[in-house]
Design a protein around this ligand. Sequence first.
Ligand code: FES
Length: 118
Amino acid sequence: MLTLGSAKIVDRGPIIACDDKDHQGTIVFRLLPEDTLMTEAVVAQNAPYATEVEAGKSYFWCACGKSSQQPFCDGSHQDTDILPQKFTAEASKTVYFCGCKKTQKAPTCDGSHNRDSA
Ligand code: FES
């Protein structure tokens, strides 16, 4: 993340192609005022998501809590300062993905939802 004055340059999301010939070959970043970005995750649910994963397959855990496809990312983080976290399954098994988004062992549950601050 880069900052410019009180604004942040969001270096992710869709790259906007610009038709202006002076801008060809450049990448246009979205520039958002800092106070418009959500920087703290919201609780998706106060319990882990028990999810079957397949060995060798990669998943993107939603870290912002806004996805409607919990526990996985659906792109809803675009107006936040938060990025999803890639998880590659080493074995086919049940994984308990964090639902409260406060785990210290992302993307899996560490019991944070049971603590008073969760
Ligand atoms: S929707 Fe939450 S991290 Fe992508």
